[in-house]
Design a protein around this ligand. Structure first.
Ligand SMILES: *[C@@H]1O[C@H](CO)[C@@H](O)[C@H](O)[C@H]1NC(C)=O
Ligand SMILES: *[C@@H]1O[C@H](CO)[C@@H](O)[C@H](O)[C@H]1NC(C)=O
Ligand SMILES: *[C@@H]1O[C@H](CO)[C@@H](O)[C@H](O)[C@H]1NC(C)=O
Ligand SMILES: *[C@@H]1O[C@H](CO)[C@@H](O)[C@H](O)[C@H]1NC(C)=O
Length: 451
């Protein structure tokens, strides 16, 4: 009897210790808890770089607008600037990456306060930024840079303890096998077998990504892409099974429903706290993800808009992934550098309220200013966006105690406050000249021992 009991206990332990296996269906895959690093990271930099950085005009959808939906402006751009017969493939040799110094990029991303970086390994044009064995003569080793861009940037960011994510487009606008499958109503999988799957497995095995940012899923169901088989392998048997994170773009109607965290649409910005981990991705150039020479200041996000988005996103439980597009020669233009460094400067002071924080029981309130809350270790952080004219911030939501202390991140000393039965906590801001304030926009109040 005792022996039987011991055997049972041993068997139960073996079951408990055996790593959990996922099956290739959404019910199983969706039940995987997200590795914790992603929620703690909060802020990442997105990089759109490819052959589209050569024409660098309009957006990274250049090839599609030229040859796909044949927009007149793109036709005109080509006839006015390139010789007759010039093809999209002819742009590739000019994608030189001549001045690409991965350590300089990584240094900039670190100074921006980014905890992860996501690079386009292959956009919808199909050009691979690594020596893919199944993308003959349409990869960065054979043509253009003659370098392994994915590998080089990965080494540089990881040296700085920044997590590395790989953007990958499932579809390729003009790949002959994709067009064949499309003609067959996606009843055949020639493209998936010859291109998508070999490359996804190759990316994981070669670069061991912390994150796979999938895209280009929308024309076909996930059964065409074989997404669930790939994800089951990724979670069960891949070299990154314990730490890897994926998004939600794995087939028609998956977005916002299945996968790891949710991107939903590009630039998705929920108005209340979602019940699933999410990420807002957006671009410093509001009109393009790739670098474009026709960019003007009118579409560049302002510093305070970016900080506000970051603060709002984190209060609502999201991560903020901010995009820049390098030039064809591997330079990040100063306006992008400036915006990234502004985020880093703000996070230097206020990062305590952002990194590894959690949403609080109240997300925001608005009176003379807009306030966004986060919490960490029983401390409540209230970031207010505008400095109230009367120098008093009133917060309705926190309930003070006799032990409550209130400070401002980046300033020495406690702030004085009173609790008003109707108006909440009234906090007197210090009267300081602008040069002494820790930041120019969005100041964070730290409240301890409040309920
Ligand atoms: C899809 O996954 C199944 C199961 O793993 C496999 O048998 C099949 O060959 C895969 N198809 C493609 C096109 O990768
Ligand atoms: C996705 O949703 C649309 C609209 O509801 C529907 O027409 C389509 O069949 C769905 N596709 C799949 C693969 O479920
Ligand atoms: C806004 O704050 C003032 C005090 O500064 C207070 O009198 C007023 O009731 C508040 N309004 C709301 C809607 O909370
Ligand atoms: C917050 O709590 C975590 C663990 O819960 C601990 O490692 C960390 O040091 C704490 N931070 C502060 C500032 O107290």
């Amino acid at each position: 009897m005792l022996l039987l009991l011991l055997l049972l206990v041993a068997a139960a332990q073996a079951v408990a210790l055996a790593p959990r296996r996922f099956t290739p269906d959404w019910q199983s895959l969706d039940s995987r808890p997200l590795p914790s690093w992603f929620d703690e990271a909060k802020f990442g930099v997105f990089v759109h770089w490819g052959v589209f950085s050569v024409p660098a005009w309009g957006s990274e959808w250049f090839w599609w607008h030229w040859k796909g939906d044949q927009m007149p402006a793109y036709q005109r751009f080509m006839t006015e600037n390139y010789p007759p017969g010039f093809s999209y493939a002819d742009f590739a040799p000019q994608f030189t990456a001549r001045f690409f110094h991965p350590d300089q990029w990584a240094e900039l991303f670190q100074a921006a306060g980014a905890k992860y970086v996501v690079l386009t390994t292959k956009h919808h044009e199909g050009f691979t930024n690594w020596p893919s064995p199944v993308s003959w003569n349409w990869n960065s080793k054979d043509v253009g840079p003659h370098r392994d861009l994915v590998g080089e940037l990965g080494a540089a960011v990881r040296k700085r303890k920044i997590r590395y994510g790989l953007y990958h487009s499932l579809l390729e606008w003009f790949h002959p096998l994709y067009l064949l499958d499309k003609k067959n109503g996606f009843k055949t999988q020639h493209f998936v077998r010859a291109k998508t799957m070999p490359e996804l497995y190759d990316l994981v095995k070669s670069y061991k990504p912390d994150l796979i940012w999938s895209d280009g899923e929308w024309e076909c169901p996930d059964t065409y892409w074989n997404s669930t088989s790939f994800l089951a392998w990724l979670y069960n048997d891949s070299p990154v099974k314990d730490e890897v994170i994926v998004n939600d773009r794995w087939g028609q109607n998956c977005s916002c429903h299945h996968g790891g965290y949710y991107n939903c649409q590009d630039k998705y910005k929920p108005q209340s706290l979602p019940d699933h981990k999410w990420e807002m991705c957006t671009s410093v150039d509001r009109a393009s993800w790739g670098y474009r020479r026709d960019m003007t200041m009118s579409t560049i996000a302002k510093e305070n808009e970016i900080i506000e988005e970051l603060v709002q996103t984190v209060s609502l439980g999201g991560n903020y992934l901010l995009n820049i597009g390098p030039t064809k020669d591997g330079l990040i233009v100063p306006i992008f550098q400036e915006r990234l460094l502004a985020v880093g400067k703000w996070l230097q002071i206020n990062g305590e309220a952002i990194y590894a924080s959690k949403p609080w029981r109240v997300q925001s309130e608005k009176n003379k200013t807009v306030v966004w809350y986060t919490t960490k270790n029983a401390t409540v952080y209230a970031t207010f966006l505008y400095w109230p004219e009367n120098g008093i911030v009133n917060l309705k939501s926190p309930k003070t105690t006799s032990a409550t202390k209130i400070t401002m991140l980046g300033l020495e000393g406690d702030l004085s406050w009173t609790q008003d039965p109707l108006e909440g906590v009234l906090i007197s801001l210090p009267q300081l000249p602008p040069t002494v304030l820790p930041v120019e926009f969005a100041w964070t109040l730290k409240l301890t021992k409040v309920n």
